[in-house]
Write a protein that binds this ligand. Structure first.
Ligand SMILES: [Zn+2]
Length: 500
């Protein structure tokens, strides 16, 4: 999608093409999406000739790149083509206005960031979300100014009225005292309205958006008993990418060009689990901690594999500053990789996850949330809060939002009423402390859930019966959970080591 920033399109240059011969890379036109009768706007990324016929590698403008594909001349609608403008002017450009109506909605949250605060608009608008947004912005500003200063004291109590618990009718209510004066905070926020940008230095590489890396280059992989169609580019060796399938040892993650070669490898390969230490085991689920310096080849191969399914960011070669936590499922043949996340040994930004991925055969089964839960369990052991590195993928963001919402709701709902039958006061910092979820993420979750109300000088959380019921249903589905008793791990202080 970055390409839209570089090339401008103009409705004026939209034209009818006599044939597909006029199409060039960068053109936009309606294209029939594979296995559908939808014709969303797509951009031609690359063109090739196949048996005298032209084929087009297209990216559907409003969709995730994993849907990019090769299409034939029959799949492109040349009646309305937008050519990229060549003069480079920025004025009057518009994109995709006249394209056919989209039939599916694009994946929610694919571009939004969870921590973008919206400064409150007016002094009148004293609602919970405005205050939360302001509090969040204040925290970000403060952090910028005093990066090394420890977090400010926990509770933010409104100045004028003493904190009283206000019972909301019918629904359980919890008072969340928060920053009292939205007006002041809003002023502060307006000084610097932008959110912190994600770190782009270090070994995490936001990959280049050139034609080669924009195109899927691996047809198929075989990993253990799974055959998986990749979603994105990954820099496997060229000669392997020309093969119909890359065969990957599911234990050491080395790759071979044929099944025969893999079989030869398996005779020699003694691994039946990832390298490193098994730091967690409950039932069939285990976690292995792998040091990116000590097990460099494995870590690099893991990154190569993960890149097939991660578009936003990845690291390939400099794995030294990272730890890798690989989740496996055990059976009689060994410990099979289900997913993983990487984590910087030292993060100045409190990131507790760099990249995170559930292997496609295991997706939509609750493993993603288990990985996230484990990452926060590590942060709890470290005694700090953490947050995933941004940007998150569309699927990653959905999983995180859901995890945060469930974890925070669980705290509210499980709170025992005091002797007056009312639920006690809880601060945002209390929530951070017992979940290890970073303050920004707690606040953005409360905003998204729209739980905060302002009532008689207090900020109260009102949770409807509906939300409670939905929450209980969702929690019933989370059958596998992390059991902290099964984690055998002591955090290391990497800053004290001169060399990793
Ligand atoms: Zn192997």
């Amino acid at each position: 999608m970055k390409i839209t920033q570089k090339i401008e399109f103009d409705e004026d240059v939209s034209s009818i093409c006599e044939s597909t011969a006029a199409l060039t890379e960068g053109c936009r036109l309606p294209v029939r999406m594979h296995k559908t009768e939808d014709w969303p706007l797509a951009e031609v990324v690359s063109i090739k000739d196949h048996d005298g016929k032209r084929q087009f590698y297209v990216h559907y403008v409003d969709f995730n790149k994993r849907l990019d594909e090769w299409v034939t001349e029959e799949d492109v609608d040349t009646r309305k083509v937008q050519f990229p403008r060549r003069d480079g002017t920025q004025t009057g450009a518009s994109t995709g206005v006249t394209t056919p109506k989209k039939h599916h909605s694009s994946v929610p949250g694919s571009v939004s960031r969870p921590t973008s605060p919206q400064p409150a608009v007016s002094n009148e608008m004293v609602n919970g979300n405005a205050v939360l947004a302001a509090a969040l912005q204040k925290k970000i500003n403060r952090k910028r100014k005093f990066n090394a200063v420890p977090a400010p004291p926990a509770v933010v109590v409104p100045e004028t009225p003493p904190p009283v618990i206000v019972p909301a009718p019918v629904i359980p209510a919890v008072v969340v005292p928060t920053t009292p004066a939205p007006v002041t905070v809003v002023e502060e926020a307006s000084q610097d309205g932008k959110t912190a940008t994600p770190r782009q230095s270090g070994s995490m590489v936001i990959h280049q958006d050139d034609v080669v890396t924009r195109m899927k280059n691996v047809e198929m992989i075989e990993l253990g008993k799974h055959r998986i169609k990749p979603w994105y580019f990954s820099p496997y060796p060229q000669e392997l990418c020309q093969m119909p399938c890359i065969y990957i040892c599911e234990f050491c993650l080395k790759y071979r060009k044929s099944r025969k070669c893999l079989e030869r490898h398996l005779v020699k390969c003694n691994l039946r689990h990832p390298p490193g230490n098994e730091i967690y085991r409950k039932h069939t689920i285990s976690f292995f901690e792998i040091d990116g310096r000590k097990n460099k080849v494995y870590a690099q191969n893991l990154c190569l594999l993960a890149k097939l399914f991660l578009d936003h960011k990845t690291l390939y070669y400099d794995t030294d500053p990272f730890l890798f936590y690989v989740m496996t499922e055990f059976d009689s043949r060994g410990f099979h990789i289900v997913g993983y996340f990487s984590k910087e040994k030292e993060s100045t930004e409190d990131y507790n996850v760099a990249c995170i991925l559930t292997m496609p055969p295991y997706q939509r089964k609750g493993y993603g949330k288990l990985l996230i839960e484990f990452s926060y369990e590590l942060s709890k052991f470290e005694g700090k809060t953490g947050s995933p590195e941004k940007p998150l993928s569309d699927l990653g963001l959905l999983s995180y939002r859901s995890y945060w919402a469930q974890t925070i709701l669980e705290i509210f709902i499980s709170q025992k009423p005091n002797s007056d039958g009312e639920k006690p006061t809880i601060t945002i910092n209390d929530i951070c402390e017992c979940t290890s979820i970073k303050k920004e993420d707690v606040i953005s979750t409360l905003q998204n859930l729209n739980l905060i109300n302002y009532y008689k000088g207090q900020y109260i959380v009102c949770i409807s019966r509906d939300i409670i019921d939905q929450h209980k249903k969702a929690m019933d589905k989370r059958k596998i959970r992390i059991d902290s008793k099964c984690l055998h791990w002591t955090p290391k202080d990497w800053s004290k080591r001169s060399k990793w």
